[in-house]
Design a protein. Structure first.
Ligand code: C2E
Ligand code: MG
Ligand code: MG
Length: 571
């Protein structure tokens, strides 16, 4: 055998398991089939089951005599078909008892060969056809199924869900999305294999539920499942069924929990994918709600959806018509007694023709989801660069401005070229445009992001880690992290200065950043008290309403002029 043949499956002969106790019948079938197939013989039901257990992966078909010593053929058939691991194996039953035909077909036999045997060519033709059909079915199964759980994959799920609609136009149905709370933590703690087991259990729970009520289910991605089923009223019971037998988290001692979003009586005029977007939206409202793990799509979400559509539809017109306006919020260096204007942050707003001034909190997350953020950020960066140039020429000041770089941009291979282009076109150096990258971006595909950020720094861009303190990055990450400044998150400042003031953590963070020789920026500083305490703690730069709200460029220009005058005065 040459090396190629050693690994060639297509050139192997297919294997038939012949379960037959009668010697004459065995020999007859060997003579009929032996030239084309490899025959494995089992003479009893027990032997048949053992052979299947050991060799099922290499068997193509089972020819089963019903009349066996010990375990009867009909029991062998029923056991094979009940076991999900073996049920894909096609079984042809051989018997002289015509009455048994219906029962065997019901149990899952695919065909019949009567005894006494028909002509050899009839037997061969039947076996070949059955093997081909079952192999085709297996190929389809592999393409439409998720390898881990055996459930449909997302694409085929949508296809079959749409088919269900065709056959059940008037049956009320629910679109349901469910996932595991903090699945990534579970995976981190117990390893991928345990995580996989958990997902398989959930998939089996879902299948056994649907066996009873009707419907289909898929694993759409990672730990997220989608279910399209006949409308039910009892979602608590459904959630309990899906969560059955889930392990306890052996570290926290808590039961692993699912959360679920339901779009009840899903509107069949709405695109099928959209119906599940709605269920997902509902699931997001249940995140981390231990006591309310089920969210329902409701009127307010419908309104939010309409708003989202309006924003997405209006995006390109808005870009063309310059409806996106950049505001500037000053950052002050507070190292000396008198604070000095050191830079600004560019914050975009949308002057919408019908909705008025829309805050970035509304549209940025949306554009991050659908990728439009890249176009918007590019636009903002260009506007900002040309503004810096304008102030340079007309106010004789080079004021660095930081722009927000969304995490989506970090995956753009052209990011560095784009930024370089923008600075060069406006006659700026890379130090003039500061880049704010949110902390949570670093916790994703860390390696790729670190490489991108390192490249940007090599070119001279300053990187500020935005929203520090609210993401998942550990303090040890700071050691490898290529950054030039650390921007403490607004929430973090808020909680330190709330009624029961506790600034210990804040102090520790600033001290820590100092020990890594990274300057800290505090944002969201609103009061004189906050300002004074942060300054005393050694915070380097302060941004917030205490100094100024974000301002349109004309007003910000006035602020610059004022600051310049103050400096002259000091001199
Ligand atoms: P961020 O980058 O963390 O910006 C700081 C936010 O805090 C801004 O909200 C700012 O107006 C607000 N803020 C500043 N000082 C104070 C204060 O003293 N008190 C209070 N309560 N708030 C203060 P804004 O402008 O609504 O922006 C929200 C977020 O939207 C930004 O958070 C940033 O993540 C994002 N964003 C804004 N503009 C852009 C942009 O052009 N591109 C991208 N990708 N994201 C942007
Ligand atoms: Mg920012
Ligand atoms: Mg921030």
């Amino acid at each position: 055998m040459n090396a190629k043949n050693a690994f060639s499956i297509s050139e192997e002969r297919r294997r038939i398991l012949l379960v037959e106790d009668d010697y004459v019948n065995q020999e007859t079938l060997k003579a009929t089939l032996g030239d084309v197939y490899e025959i494995v013989i089992a003479e009893t039901g027990e032997e048949a089951l053992e052979t299947i257990q050991d060799q099922y992966e290499t068997l193509s078909i089972i020819l089963l005599d019903l009349n066996l010593p010990g375990i009867q053929g009909i029991d062998v058939l029923s056991r094979i078909k009940k076991d999900p691991q073996y049920s894909r194996l096609p079984v042809i039953v051989m018997t002289s008892d015509n009455e048994a035909e219906v029962e065997c077909l019901k149990l899952g036999a695919i065909d019949f060969i009567p005894k006494p045997y028909p002509a050899s060519k009839v037997i061969l033709a039947r076996i070949l056809r059955t093997i081909e059909l079952s192999e085709d079915r297996e190929t389809i199964r592999l393409t439409e199924r998720d390898q881990l759980t055996g459930l449909y994959n997302k694409e085929f799920f949508y296809h079959y869900a749409a088919q269900l609609d065709l056959y059940h136009k008037d049956t009320p149905t629910d679109a349901i999305v469910f996932d595991v709370n903090h699945f990534h933590t579970y995976n981190d703690r117990y390893g991928k294999a345990s995580g996989d087991e958990l997902l398989i259990k959930i998939a089996n729970n879902a299948m056994s539920y649907l066996d009873e009520i009707g419907g289909i289910v898929c694993r759409s991605v990672a730990d997220t499942f989608m279910m399209y089923c006949i409308h039910t009223d009892n979602y608590e019971e459904l959630l309990a069924r899906l969560s059955a037998c889930l392990d306890e988290d052996s570290i926290s001692g808590n039961r692993v929990r699912l959360r679920m979003g339901v779009y009840v009586n899903a509107d069949k005029n709405v695109d099928i994918e959209r119906r599940f977007d709605r269920a997902k939206m509902a699931a997001d409202t249940a995140r981390d709600h231990l006591n309310a793990p089920i969210g329902f799509f409701d009127h307010s979400m419908r309104e939010a959806e309409i708003l989202e559509e309006q924003l997405i539809d209006g995006f390109h017109t808005a870009l063309r018509e310059k409806q996106f306006v950049v505001y500037y919020q000053p950052k002050f260096d507070v190292k000396q007694d008198v604070p000095v204007l050191s830079s600004a942050e560019a914050l975009v707003r949308w002057k919408h023709p019908t909705l008025g001034l829309v805050s970035p909190g509304v549209f940025i997350p949306l554009f991050e989801k659908n990728g439009l953020i890249q176009e918007l950020d590019n636009y903002v960066w260009s506007q900002v660069a040309s503004q810096i140039k304008d102030w340079k020429e007309n106010l004789n000041i080079t004021l660095p401005v930081s722009v927000n770089v969304s995490r989506i941009n970090l995956y753009d291979p052209k990011l560095t070229d784009k930024l370089l282009n923008i600075t060069e076109m406006n006659g700026l150096t890379t130090e003039n445009l500061l880049l704010e990258i949110t902390e949570s971006a670093y916790t994703e595909k860390t390696d790729q992001i670190i490489t991108t950020v390192k490249n940007l720094r090599k070119l001279g861009f300053y990187i500020e880690m935005d929203d520090f303190g609210c993401g998942y990055s550990s303090l040890s990450m700071l050691i490898d992290m290529p950054i030039d400044a650390l921007k403490l998150d607004i929430q973090f400042i808020r909680s330190a200065f709330k009624e029961q003031k506790d600034t210990r953590l804040l102090e520790t963070m600033i001290g820590l950043a100092k020990s890594f020789e990274v300057p800290t920026i505090a944002e969201g500083v609103e009061t004189a008290e906050q300002y004074a305490e942060l300054k005393a703690m050694g915070c380097n730069i302060i941004q917030g309403y205490y100094f100024s709200r974000p301002l349109p460029k004309e007003e910000f220009e006035k602020l610059i002029i004022n600051e310049l005058k103050k400096e002259e005065h000091v001199c």
